[in-house]
Structure formats: C-alpha cells, structure tokens
Design a protein around this ligand. Structure first.
Ligand SMILES: Cc1cc2nc3c(=O)[nH]c(=O)nc-3n(C[C@H](O)[C@H](O)[C@H](O)COP(=O)(O)OP(=O)(O)OC[C@H]3O[C@@H](n4cnc5c(N)ncnc54)[C@H](O)[C@@H]3O)c2cc1C
Length: 512
C-alpha cells in the first residue's frame, strides 16, 4: 500500500518566532508530516510522498491567491519566516540518507562517502550528530545549532570560518519544490559545473535533475522566496577536532589590526601566554563591551585532526568558547533594570571570562542550548578592512549609552550564494545582540542610519533584524539582478506571487 504524507492544519493560528519579537495570526498553518511510521526501507518513497503533499498545498494557494512561507526553527529575528496567509511548518521533516556510490553521477568529483541527503527540518545539531557518528562533520555552522538546516542555509548562517565561508558552502544539491505539479515542479538542483548525484536518484526522489549554476547559487540563500526546500545534498568533511580558547585581552592597536587584516601572526603578541599555530586557526571572534573601552574578549579555534585528543569535559559556569552570544545576552534581562553599561559589564565579567583551551568535535563545540531570556539581534556585514571604522561608528551613536548588549565581530569568507550577506572577499559580521527593549531598537535604528550615511558598504543577516528597503540592498550591486533573474527562471509568475514576501528584495511582495 502506498504511503501518504499529511499535515496538521490550524486555522487562525497565533504564530510567534522563538524570541517572540515577531507575532501574527496566520490564516492556515500546516505542520507537515512525512508518512508514518518512519521506516528505513521507504525513506525515498516517503520524501516523494511529502513533496506531492506540499504540491497540493501550493496548488490551493495559487488558486486562492495566497502567499506561502515555510518555517524551520523560527529562530529568525526578522519576519522572513512569517506570512499572514499560509505557513508550512517543517520541524517533523527530518529524514536523511547517505548517498550510495551507485547513486552518484559518473562525472562527479566528490567522494560518495561524504555525500548525504538531509531533509529540510533536520536541526543543524541533528545533522552534526548523524554525520559525526559516521566519521564526518560540517565544515562550519552558527554558534548554536537548534536551527533547521533549511532555515540556516536559507538566511546564510555562519560562524567565523574566514577561510571557508558559511553553512551553505557545503550544500551541493537543493531539492526544491517550485510549483503545484509534482511531475515538473519538484527539482533536484545542482551546479552545472559540479554534478553530484545521478538522474536516477533524482527520479527516485520524485524530482527532475536540473543543473544550472545561476539558479543553484541563487537558491542557496533565498529566505523562502524561491520555493519549498525539501532537502539538501550535503558534502560533509571528514571529522576534525577544534581546539578553542577565549581570553580577555587589552583592546588596543594590536586587536584593531587583527580585526582589520586577520593577520594571524599578531595572535602570539596579543596572547603571549598561549601557543598559537596560525596555520591551524579556523575561527576568530572579537567581542567588545561598548561600555568598557579597555578590554576585548578574543576567541580562537584551531582545526586539528582527530589524532589530537579531546579534552575531558568539565562542568563550568562560564559560557564556552562556542556558546551563542544571543543566549549570553538573554541572561541580561534578569539583571535589568540596572544601568545598561553596568549590567552588560557585570554579565560579561560573570560569564564570559578566560576559558580553554578545550579540544572537542564541532558538534560538541557548537551546542544547542536552551534559549535564555528575551533578546533582539542585528547582524551587519562590512568588508574586513572597514571593520574598525564600522565599530567606531557604532560606538559614536549616542543611543549606545542605553544599549544593554555587546558588539561581536566574526570573519567569514565570501559565499558562493548570490545574495548571501557575506558578500565581501572577507566579511566582518558585526552582531549586536541586546536586551529586548525599545532602547535596543533605538540603538539599531541609529546604527543603521549612521552606516547608510557613511561610505562603508553594508549588508545585513536575513535572519536578524534589518531595515527593509533599498539602502540595505545597495552593496549587493548586480547580484540582486542576477538573483531576481534566477528566481524568474525557476518560478512561474503565479508561484512568484505565492512565494512573495514583503521583506525580501525589491518589491517581491505578494503582488509582484
Ligand atoms: C539563539 C540564536 C542563535 C543564532 N546564532 C547564529 C549564528 O551563530 N550565526 C548566524 O549566522 N545566525 C545565527 N542566528 C540566526 C539564525 O541562524 C537564522 O535566523 C536561521 O535562519 C534560523 O534558522 P531556522 O531554522 O530557525 O529558520 P527560520 O527562522 O524558521 O526561517 C528562516 C528562513 O528560512 C526559510 N526556510 C526555512 N525552511 C525552509 C524550507 N524548507 N524551504 C524554504 N525556505 C525555508 C524561511 O522561510 C525563512 O525565510 C541565531 C539565531 C538565534 C535565535
């Protein structure tokens, strides 16, 4: 008997994102369910059944002229995952399989052992765990790993892999539904320049194999506007270990030079007490307290083979070098209404001191802790050599005085994704996680206004709070037109409306 997918439908659902700064009533919320119960022998058949079910919802949306948004973990602080019409929940879509050697394209340059299919709703933590049990892992991710893999990729989630890029860089196939007809609208999209799986595997997933570099690069970071992503073909890395440490260091010219050049030979001068191997450094982060001009919190991770023994886990009160800053700042709510500066300084002093070196796998380093407290966050992208200028400009906003939050700089290599916010050869991502209150929002508004009035090219993380409009799109240049053209070639006119959204580029609103 054939297996069918279903969804639990809730009408007029009050929907909130994780941090509850985006809330709306959704006309129809569908929690999509794979056929059940799960069984190893029917994974491909079940994924095919679920694509057919999603197609039926898209057909209905098209007929009724409604918009559709797919939501993953709901971790985005922007409204990028929200629609008042129809929302599709994907948290239960977490099937996966390793791609067999026989299912690879004959021309593929990839080692099939590294190639895995992950359905959209798998959490990043789940992807890590599954891969690490097989001796593989992800090259990079965000600091916390509770997002869904599709949500993380769709907004360009990143860590600080300045020599590698963001999470989407490991995606080599996008299984995407672009319309209502299962026979033509389910696509397994790869780069023409990088064939990976066979047409036969695509067919067994109920998809057509399409190879096109422009469409693929556009679809990677497309924030739900280019169809429903059913799953990804992931190119995993052989397992490695990260040796991580954090040190409180003087915020001086050396740190500024590191932040604007990433000259790793500066590290031994900044932290003379530690042995640093610049050739192994994989991740650098500088956290600043805007209320303490004298100190910086420097986190460095070196990449080692698994021959480097792991540390014995030790319970600790302080956050780990891989801990997420939004969660750290979330604790501030407990200490307010003390003055913003005093509260921030007290929090960092209590939780964010020296730590490590600790050797662990990436999954063990970047955990998925419970999200603490009510926080907001903005993340700005600027070219590496303008990072100091941008930070100084932020610090010059009078509103920063009442900002209970931090300034965190990470460094990410340019992404292949057309609209990744990590656009520059190396982007310095400046994250501003702050307490959820109007003073934080006022600081964000002032910060963006100052940046837009300056000559610093600026982008913003699609999954964090950003001002909608042309200013934030200016730095993308011709990539914006390339992305729009790719979208037009992938989606029919009616489906461009269905997947339209007010927050995505240049009038891609429901009526475009
Ligand atoms: C505690 C916390 C820590 C964070 N840490 C980091 C970090 O270290 N680095 C970083 O870069 N970001 C970080 N972020 C931001 C976060 O990674 C992004 O917002 C990410 O998009 C959230 O993933 P999600 O699964 O929750 O996606 P959602 O917020 O649910 O959705 C994000 C986007 O993806 C789209 N989408 C989701 N699933 C699908 C699908 N199946 N098909 C098509 N489109 C889909 C949605 O429509 C939406 O546009 C953090 C956020 C929080 C709350």
């Amino acid at each position: 008997m054939s297996r069918t997918a279903t969804s639990q439908r809730t009408d007029r659902k009050l929907w909130k994102n994780l941090h509850e700064n985006v809330q709306l009533t959704v006309d129809r919320y569908h929690e999509i369910l794979n056929p059940g119960p799960p069984q190893d022998t029917t994974v491909l058949e079940d994924i095919t059944a679920t694509t057919a079910h999603v197609c039926s919802i898209l057909a209905d949306a098209g007929i009724r002229g409604k918009t559709v948004r797919t939501v993953g973990g709901a971790w985005s602080l922007s409204s990028v995952a929200a629609s008042p019409d129809i929302m599709l929940g994907t948290r239960n879509l977490n099937l996966w399989f390793p791609v067999a050697a026989g299912s690879m394209d004959g021309a593929s340059r990839h080692d099939s052992d590294r190639i895995h299919y992950m359905q959209c709703g798998c959490s990043v933590g789940e992807v890590y765990r599954r891969l690490e049990l097989r001796g593989y892992t992800l090259p990079t991710s965000g600091a916390s790993n509770g997002q869904s893999i599709a949500g993380a990729v769709s907004t360009g989630t990143h860590g600080s892999a300045f020599a590698y890029g963001s999470i989407q860089e490991c995606i080599v196939g996008v299984h995407v539904i672009v319309g209502p007809d299962p026979s033509v609208d389910c696509i397994l999209l790869e780069r023409a320049s990088d064939p990976v799986v066979s047409a036969d595997l695509a067919q067994r997933l109920g998809a057509r194999l399409v190879r096109d570099d422009e469409q693929f690069n556009a679809a990677l970071v497309s924030f739900g506007s280019m169809g429903f992503v059913m799953g990804y073909i992931v190119n995993a890395e052989p397992l490695y270990h990260l040796e991580s440490w954090r040190r409180v260091v003087p915020y001086n010219g050396l740190v500024n030079a590191l932040m604007t050049t990433l000259d790793l030979d500066l590290l031994p001068m900044i932290v003379p007490s530690l042995q640093v191997d610049p050739t192994r450094v994989w991740h650098v982060e500088v956290v600043l307290n805007p209320h303490d001009a004298g100190s910086a919190y420097l986190t460095v991770m070196e990449r080692w083979t698994t021959a480097r023994p792991k540390s014995i886990a030790q319970p600790h009160k302080r956050s780990t070098p891989g801990d997420d800053l939004l969660n750290v700042v979330g604790r501030l709510t407990a200490t307010l209404p003390a003055a913003a500066g005093a509260a921030t300084t007290a929090l960092l002093g209590a939780t964010f001191g020296n730590r490590g070196p600790v050797v662990a796998t990436p999954y063990e380093t970047f955990t998925a802790p419970d999200v603490r407290g009510a926080a907001l966050s903005v993340e700005i992208g600027v070219p590496l050599d303008r990072s100091y200028d941008a930070v100084e400009l932020l610090k010059s906003c009078p509103e920063i005085k009442h900002y209970a939050g931090i300034i965190a700089c990470r460094f990410v290599k340019a992404s292949a994704a057309t609209l990744a916010f990590t656009q520059f050869p190396i982007t310095c991502t400046i994250e501003l996680p702050g307490v959820k209150n109007t003073r934080t929002q006022k600081f964000y508004d002032a910060a963006f206004a100052k940046l837009f009035a300056s000559d610093i090219p600026v982008t913003a993380h699609w999954g964090q709070i950003y001002p909608i409009g042309s200013d934030i799109l200016a730095a993308y240049g011709s990539n914006l037109d390339r992305w729009l053209a790719a979208r037009e070639s992938l989606l029919s006119g009616p489906m461009r409306s269905v997947f339209g959204h007010a927050t995505t580029p240049r009038g891609i609103s429901p009526g475009d």
